[in-house]
Write a protein that binds this ligand. Structure first.
Ligand code: ADP
Ligand code: MG
Length: 261
């Protein structure tokens, strides 16, 4: 089975991108898939959530790999990949990634750097999942160029707004100009509180507005206290609260994602 590379993106913060990257990745690993997670946010939230509490202390991060592509340095593409106890590998990020914006913008083929670095890794994995920062800057664009598809988490706590329209526009632009095979994996409703009327309204609005043009995943990710606590433990929701509703939702999402083939 060829590797599928999925960018998790939405330029709005707090929509569950990092939680989705981590939990979907671990859920796919539990189905027996080889999974690489890439932290592409200088905040390093994914890196911290997987238990590397001080990302700034890490020797090799995504910033080094992008820099190596620019400078033509001989950094082995697999160097610095961390193995997590729950069966996923991680390329970490820290604040140094923020300092790469300008060098990337000045580089030749500035949109292709992540793709150049990731390409040889695709032989080793079934899924590569990239956690994007909440911007539409050059680093998320690199992720869209390297990806086969983009998965868009949207919070059930706000009616979908211009943020999603802007992202879908960027996806269209990347597809037309650089990566014609980029598709929209789907829209994922997250942070849904079943007792809240707004959550139902948001879900209906998204299915009505976007369901005709894009897949809106059947699975909705519920808001749960345990899911909010898990990142501080450096563990996925599967080891922190494996019987809870959020873990079960991510299992169903993994089946939806892998079933698409
Ligand atoms: N299912 C969930 N239930 C409760 N809290 C969640 C859930 N998913 C994420 N969170 C919390 O919501 C906040 C935003 O989630 P996060 O994944 O970091 O979003 P983003 O990466 O889009 O900024 C974080 O504090 C996270 O721990
Ligand atoms: Mg995040």
């Amino acid at each position: 089975m060829p590797c599928r590379t999925i960018a998790i993106a939405n330029q709005k913060g707090g929509t569950g991108k990092t939680a989705t990257t981590l939990s979907l990745g671990v859920a796919l690993a539990r189905l027996g898939r080889h999974v690489l997670l890439v932290d592409a946010d200088p905040q390093g939230d994914l890196t911290k959530s997987l238990g590397w509490g001080d990302p700034d202390a890490l020797e090799v991060t995504l910033a080094n790999h992008l820099s190596a592509v620019i400078e033509g340095e001989g950094l082995e593409p697999r160097e610095g990949i961390l193995a997590h106890g729950e069966g996923v590998d991680l390329v970490p990020a820290n604040i140094e990634l923020a300092g790469m914006e300008m060098p990337i913008l000045m580089a030749m083929s500035r949109e292709q750097l992540m793709n150049v670095w990731l390409s040889p890794l695709k032989a080793d994995y079934d899924f590569i999942i990239i956690d994007c920062a909440p911007t539409l800057g050059i680093i998320p664009v690199n992720a869209l160029v390297a990806a086969d598809s983009v998965l868009v988490p949207v919070s059930a706590e706000y009616l979908p707004a211009s943020a999603m329209t802007a992202l879908l526009k960027t996806v269209g632009r990347v597809r037309r100009q650089i990566n014609p095979s980029l598709s929209v994996e789907g829209i994922l409703i997250t942070l849904s509180d079943g007792r809240n009327n707004l959550a139902h309204e948001v879900e209906q609005t998204i299915r009505a507005q976007y369901g005709g043009s894009y897949r809106v995943f059947e699975t909705v990710i519920p808001r749960a206290v345990s899911a909010a606590e898990a990142p501080a433990m450096g563990a996925s929701i599967f080891s922190y609260d494996g019987r809870g509703k959020t873990a079960r939702a991510f299992e169903r999402l993994a089946e939806e994602v892998s079933g698409r083939g």
